[in-house]
Design a protein around this ligand. Structure first.
Ligand code: IFM
Length: 485
């Protein structure tokens, strides 16, 4: 049954098929399906990262379940509701409002990430990393996932029962974290650690700012929708968390005036954070020559990457995977700039580059990044130790990401309003790719080859599947019917 729902079949490439199965299998077994427990970032294979959840859970593990077994995705998100108190405590302890989700979140949601995570292997001294207090994008990422869940399932009941409260508490955090700069007439996000963990204490990390703005907008729109459709539930939520109208006005104001680093008009590049382009422009291979010990940590405060443009993992490119509002030209220009500067020191990184390579029509790069991402465990290519800390084990985020790269990358799956659409970019040696999806309760199978797309709606569906072809033509595929385009 599990394989029927989650399997992705590839014909013409046995290696890719085996890697796919290996990754999907591990994503399944690592995910608690009934209990409200985290998905360990290293799965069931070891205790690195304490069996706890990171942003990996919503952004990398969840999509496969969301589109195939949404009840499990609901459960994954419910965990964030059950751990709201831990996130509230973290916010309070650091002087913020609302819910600041833990970087490493266990059963209760309290922050499990130690202040001293890595060690300076040359001196033996512990390094004070700031994953636990500056990496705030986890919170807006959770809002992002909640809204993504709603878009795919239309499960408004989840929003009323759990989602709205989480989203409001996250908006509170963002507003209390931001700074309004009167001379610039804008809000800025100061002292951050974005997805690229080698650069700590940065301002206006593009990924974080865009995600925060998205989260503020969603908080405002959910508030407005509830006001109109279900004032009683809204009153219950606002009373429970003592939310006042002025806070919504603040969120609106911040969403409108939050600084979003824009693509440069000439180069189309988005600066990863303030001052990034002023850093030494070099490559991962070049800086590796500067290591005095192969086990040195590359990041904060004095690692070999800190004063350079070398990034640990996808950051601006990761943003493109979540927010589909940038032109292909911008995506391509940033891909070409950031990819040679990315170390892929995190197993989360190659999948983002694979997705954006496919989205910009580069199937060959997409394929290489896909193989790199999905073979990290089977070929054992990951770093097991960094800065004296063991970080080996199964990389569950990469396992979940395999599904996303195959469907949103190679098959080009997208939600287009009420419809689903596909813009395939298959590697030239693949004959076909096929998988099952469930969107807004309707199940269907998609098979894409180099020439055509076949969409087969499940006979048990209650309504038709809306499909929007690349040429703009809309189709309705009724239960049990098949469409070939
Ligand atoms: O969440 C990730 C992070 O982005 C990079 N370091 C490892 C974490 C757990 O997978």
């Amino acid at each position: 049954k599990i394989w029927h729902l989650t399997d992705v079949r590839i014909t013409g490439d046995d290696e890719a098929q085996v890697l796919t199965r290996f990754n999907l299998y591990h994503n399944v077994i690592a995910t608690p399906q009934h209990a409200s427990l985290p998905i360990g970032a290293r799965g069931l294979s070891c205790q690195a990262y304490q069996g706890a959840a990171f942003w990996d859970q919503e952004i990398f593990n969840m999509p496969m379940f969301l589109y195939t077994q949404p009840a499990i995705a609901r459960n994954i998100l419910k965990y964030r509701y059950d751990t709201l108190d831990g996130a509230r405590e973290k916010a309070k302890a650091l002087g913020y409002e609302g819910a600041y989700y833990a970087w490493i979140s266990g059963k209760t949601g309290e922050e499990l990430c130690p202040s001293f995570f890595f060690k300076d292997v040359l001196t033996g001294r512990l390094i004070r990393n700031h994953f636990n207090c500056w990496q705030m994008h986890i919170s807006p990422d959770i809002t992002y996932a909640i809204w993504h869940y709603y878009q795919v399932t239309e499960d408004w009941d989840f929003i009323v029962s759990y989602g709205a409260e989480i989203v409001f508490e996250i908006a509170r955090l963002i507003f209390s974290y931001g700074f309004f700069k009167p001379h610039r007439q804008r809000y800025e996000m100061i002292r951050l650690l974005g997805p690229d963990e080698y650069h700590e204490n940065v301002d206006n990390n593009a990924f974080t700012n865009y995600q925060c703005q998205y989260a503020l907008e969603k908080a405002c729109s959910i508030f407005t929708d509830l006001q109109a459709s279900d004032p009683e539930s809204l009153a219950r939520i606002t009373q429970r968390i003592s939310l006042i109208n002025n806070e919504i006005n603040n969120w609106r104001d911040m969403a409108a005036k939050l600084y979003l680093p824009q693509p440069d008009p000439d180069t189309q590049l988005i600066e990863q954070f303030d001052g990034y382009f002023q850093l030494e422009d070099t490559t991962p291979a070049e800086i590796k020559k500067r290591l005095q010990d192969p086990g040195e940590y590359h990041g904060w405060p004095n690692g070999i990457a800190v004063h350079t443009q070398v990034l640990k993992q996808a950051d601006v490119i990761q943003l493109f995977c979540l927010q589909d509002t940038f032109t292909t030209q911008i995506e391509r220009a940033n891909y070409n700039y950031y990819e040679p500067r990315t170390e892929h020191g995190s197993s989360l990184s190659p999948s983002a580059y694979a997705t954006i390579a496919c989205k910009t029509g580069n199937a060959s790069d997409g394929y290489q990044h896909f193989i790199k991402s999905s073979s990290v465990d089977l070929y054992n290519t990951g770093k097991a130790v960094s800065g004296g800390t063991f970080i080996g084990g199964i990389h569950t985020a990469a396992c979940g990401a395999a599904w996303s790269v195959l469907t949103t990358g190679f098959a080009g799956l997208k939600l287009a309003g009420e419809s689903v659409s596909f813009s395939p970019c298959l590697p030239s040696h693949w004959q076909s790719i096929s998988f099952h999806l469930q969107i807004r309760g309707q199940r269907f199978r998609v098979e894409i080859n180099q020439h055509s797309l076949r969409l087969t709606a499940d006979p048990g569906n209650e309504s038709s599947v809306s499909y929007l072809a690349e040429n703009g033509k809309a189709y309705q595929v009724a239960a049990g019917q098949e469409l070939v385009v």
